[in-house]
Each structure stands twice: as C-alpha cells, then as structure tokens.
Design a protein around this ligand. Structure first.
Ligand SMILES: *[C@@H]1O[C@H](CO)[C@@H](O)[C@H](O)[C@H]1NC(C)=O
Ligand SMILES: *[C@@H]1O[C@H](CO)[C@@H](O)[C@H](O)[C@H]1NC(C)=O
Ligand SMILES: *[C@@H]1O[C@H](CO)[C@@H](O)[C@H](O)[C@H]1NC(C)=O
Ligand SMILES: *[C@@H]1O[C@H](CO)[C@@H](O)[C@H](O)[C@H]1NC(C)=O
Ligand SMILES: *[C@@H]1O[C@H](CO)[C@@H](O)[C@H](O)[C@H]1NC(C)=O
Ligand SMILES: *[C@@H]1O[C@H](CO)[C@@H](O)[C@H](O)[C@H]1NC(C)=O
Length: 425
C-alpha cells in the first residue's frame, strides 16, 4: 500500500472511533477475557450450524426447527446472511421459491428485501429470540455456494481473475461493504444477533485459484479482516465480530509430513491458506476466534486403511492448538464447524473432540450441521439448490447432518450443552 497523509489520517480516525463500546445493551453477548458474557454473566454454549433455516419457505418449519434446537440445548445458531443469485437464475428462483437477497446482473447487485428475500431472514432472527437462541450471521462465502465471493469477482472485475482480488479490488470491497451495511443496519439493535462474521472460510483461493500476491507473509487476509472489522464496528459498536475462518496458522516452525519420499508442507500451518490465526486474533475488533475441522478432506494422502494417522487424533491436536492460541490472545475461541462422514466415524471421534473442547474452556462448540425431521413445506419434499433438498420432511443432509433420532450423537451434544450451561454456576 502506498503511504500517504490521507491514509494516515483515515487510519487515525478509524483507530480512535472503531472501538467496541463498553456499555453493552441488555441481552447482547460480549466477551470478558477468555469467556463470553450475557448481561454480565459468563456464557458458554453448544451451538448448531444451519445455513438452510432462511431457505425454508414455511414459518411453521422455521419455528419447528428452533424448537428442536432448543430441545437439544442449543444456544447459538450460525447461518448465512447472504443468498445471492445471478440475474439468469431469477426466473427460476421466482418459480421455485428460492430465497434470495441479492441479484447480480451488472457491476452492482440489487437488493431483495421482499417476502422471498430479507423478510425470510427477519423471521429467522425474530424467531431465534423466542427460543432463547442467538445467531452468528456470515456476510459472504469464500466458496461459490449460495452466491459468495465469486459473484462479486465475476461481475465487477470480469472473468480470468484470481480469487484474492476479492480482498484487494476497491470496487469489490465497497460493493461488499454496501451489503454488510444493509445487513448490520437491519439487525444492529437486536439482542438475537450473537456476532457478525466477515466471511465463511476466507482463503487466498476459493473456487478460483489464488494469485501470486496472496502468499504467506503478504497479510492479505489480515489486512482485509482489519479493515472490514473496523467497518462493521463503525456501524455497530455493540455486537461481537469474528472472522469465520477455518483457523489456519502461520507458524515459523514448519509443520509437514513425508509422503512418497517427499516432504509436504502443511497448508494448515504454513500460511498458504491465507490466515494467520494468532495474528488475526489480536485485531482489536475481532472479538473471538473461530476454527473448523475437516480432517478427512484435508489429509486425503495420510488417510488410508493401515495408516497410523487418524482423523480423531489430528482433530484432538487441532483443538488443543486453538485452545493454546486463545489463552495467548486472552480471547474466547469457538470450534465453529466440524464434520466427519460416516456414522461410526462420528461416534468414534465426536465424544473425544467435544470432551477436549469442554476441558480446554472453549466458549462454543458447533457441529456441522443440524438436522431436523418432520418439516412440512411442499409435503416435505423440495429441491432447494445444488444437492440441497428436503426429503420426506428431513432437512438437507450432506452426510454430516445430525438428527435427533441418532440418539448417541444427539446425547453427546445435549450432554455437552448441559456441561457448558453449568460451567459457571
Ligand atoms: C453468472 O452469470 C454469468 C453470466 O450471466 C456467468 O458468466 C457466471 O458464470 C455466472 N456465475 C455463477 C456463479 O453462476
Ligand atoms: C439482465 O441483463 C440483461 C442484459 O442487460 C437483460 O436482458 C435481462 O433482462 C436482465 N435480467 C434481469 C433478471 O434483470
Ligand atoms: C511417488 O514418487 C515417484 C517418484 O517421484 C513417482 O513416480 C510416483 O508417481 C509417485 N507416486 C504417487 C502415488 O504419486
Ligand atoms: C507413522 O508413525 C511414524 C513414527 O511416529 C512416523 O514417522 C510416520 O510419519 C507415521 N506415518 C504416517 C503415514 O503418518
Ligand atoms: C470413515 O473414515 C474413513 C477415514 O477417514 C473413511 O475412509 C471412510 O470412508 C469413512 N466412512 C464413511 C462411511 O464415510
Ligand atoms: C434419522 O433421520 C434421518 C433423516 O430423516 C434418516 O435418514 C435416518 O435414517 C434416521 N435414522 C434413524 C436411526 O432412524
């Protein structure tokens, strides 16, 4: 970045004003050292991921889902605050009832705040509170799903660009901020918002590749996190803000493994993904850290029958490392997403992962993803988008969903919810 007096002045002004207010309104969640707090009382939770809640077309189904969550002791739900479509998808969306908030048909998106748009998110935000639940709301997606960064890139800079222009092209940054402002202003007075999330799983690469300027040490994501968290803080001085990142480290001591006589430097620790978990957590307006676990998908080379590497033990290490990072930063950290395919894999690993997260004072534990049966819209069957569908009244299942009828897993989380609730009493 070119140094200039104007930039210095702008930074100084942001530095002075972009600060969290200390007088938190009633019912808002905040932090105190390594703990969350609500109304001055420490707060720890088991939560749920459900991006599909605002995609439901029936209010009764939204309500039934929150009711089931409440029965499981869920206190915080993470959902998408974005649903963007291409202009070419509009006719189909109107026909199928697909929820959409932004339509892209030029360099600027058009907002849909109607009944098939943000009013659906309004209902989710409102109903959450009725069931004692707060929401983590993400502003966009690193991935193409439900209209993330790739639509901004495609429409604003045109094809042939790398993924990381999302973080640096000023036209894209202001278009993103225009959307962030819409969402934050809409709900900034609501105690039902737990935290704002800048992006789901920001990385240098997405469905497009990374460019040569987003590399270990370039701090591309760090700079973006800083600017966007200050932007949100200026709009809303009370709600917490987090990154939504997967928790990749940028460690000086290289971590890697041997495979086929080749040393492979590990993406999760070498900064190549784009995040620097420790440094990002130090940002003044990042109130807590998030990380995810998808060991099966991240280590396919090590993950084969007969290998002495296991998803379970790798997950335990990753949980411990993030707990250590939280301690260093003196901020809370949440295990925000984790998933294993296969029922036996889940029953084998989840109890130990959850147990370690509880023991290492994690403020929140949120499996990917919540499942509910008995949904009634369209007779319980509807294709939403991609492979996401309601089938016989069951919410979308990507192989990772956990339904109440899976009693063993359900109990792992409901018991953990009880431990979290009683931690401070
Ligand atoms: C959106 O539509 C444009 C053309 O109208 C197309 O080039 C692009 O691939 C589409 N993007 C997505 C993510 O569907
Ligand atoms: C998108 O733009 C094209 C070309 O300007 C136009 O023909 C089309 O009707 C627009 N579609 C929507 C959904 O606005
Ligand atoms: C292992 O390395 C050798 C030598 O470089 C190469 O020929 C072989 O294709 C590699 N095996 C796999 C499975 O990639
Ligand atoms: C298996 O364990 C040995 C000894 O700890 C280690 O050197 C090796 O890298 C491990 N193999 C795999 C595939 O992880
Ligand atoms: C269980 O995990 C192993 C190791 O990651 C994987 O190979 C297997 O496919 C998983 N089982 C199912 C049913 O997904
Ligand atoms: C639980 O519900 C899911 C979703 O409807 C279904 O696929 C699964 O078979 C059910 N499992 C049991 C054990 O009943």
């Amino acid at each position: 970045m070119r140094f200039s007096l104007v930039y210095l002045l702008v930074s100084l002004v942001t530095f002075i004003f972009a600060k969290k207010a200390s007088n938190v309104p009633k019912g808002f969640a905040t932090t105190q050292g390594r703990n969350f707090e609500v109304d001055g009382k420490p707060f720890a939770f088991v939560g749920a991921n459900s991006y599909w809640l605002p995609l439901l077309t029936s209010k009764e189904d939204v309500e039934a889902t929150f009711k089931e969550m409440q029965a499981g002791g869920v206190k915080v739900v993470r959902t998408w605050g974005f649903n963007a479509i291409n202009g070419s998808e509009l006719a189909g969306a109107l026909q199928s009832g697909l929820t959409y908030y932004q339509v892209w048909n030029s360099t600027e998106w058009v907002l849909n705040d109607g009944p098939q748009g943000l009013q659906r998110l309004d209902y989710v935000v409102e109903t959450a509170g009725k069931y004692g639940i707060k929401l983590i709301v993400a502003f966009t997606n690193n991935w193409v799903g439900y209209g993330g960064t790739e639509l901004y890139i495609n429409w604003i800079t045109g094809a042939g660009k790398t993924h990381d222009v999302f973080y640096t092209d000023r036209r894209i940054v202001s278009s993103y901020q225009r959307y962030v402002q819409t969402i934050v202003n809409r709900y900034k007075h609501s105690p039902n918002i737990f935290a704002w999330e800048l992006m789901n799983e920001a990385r240098c690469s997405g469905d497009l590749p990374a460019g040569p300027n987003c590399v270990p040490g370039s701090n591309t994501l760090h700079t973006w996190y800083q600017e966007q968290s200050e932007f949100v803080r200026d709009l809303d001085s009370h709600h917490m803000i987090t990154t939504g990142g997967e928790g990749h480290f940028y460690w000086k001591t290289p971590v890697g493994y041997w495979w086929n006589n080749t040393w492979i430097s590990d993406y999760n620790y070498n900064g190549q993904a784009g995040e620097d978990f420790d440094l990002d957590l130090q940002l003044e307006n990042i109130d807590f850290g998030t990380y995810h676990i998808y060991a099966q998908y991240w280590y396919p080379l090590l993950d084969f029958p007969g290998s002495n590497w296991t998803t379970k033990s790798w997950g335990l290490e990753w949980i411990q490392q993030h707990a250590d990072a939280a301690k260093k930063a003196n901020k809370p950290v949440i295990l925000e997403e984790f998933g294993l395919s296969g029922y036996d894999n889940k029953t084998d690993a989840y109890p130990e992962w959850v147990d370690l997260a509880l023991k290492t004072e994690h403020g929140g534990i949120m499996p990917w993803q919540f499942g509910v049966n008995g949904l009634k819209e369209s007779g319980g069957n509807r294709l939403i988008k991609y492979a996401d569908a309601l089938i016989d009244g069951a919410s979308p299942d990507d192989g990772l969903a956990i339904y109440r009828n899976q009693t063993f897993l359900w109990n792992v989380f409901t018991n953990a919810a009880k431990v979290q609730a009683s931690r401070f009493s």
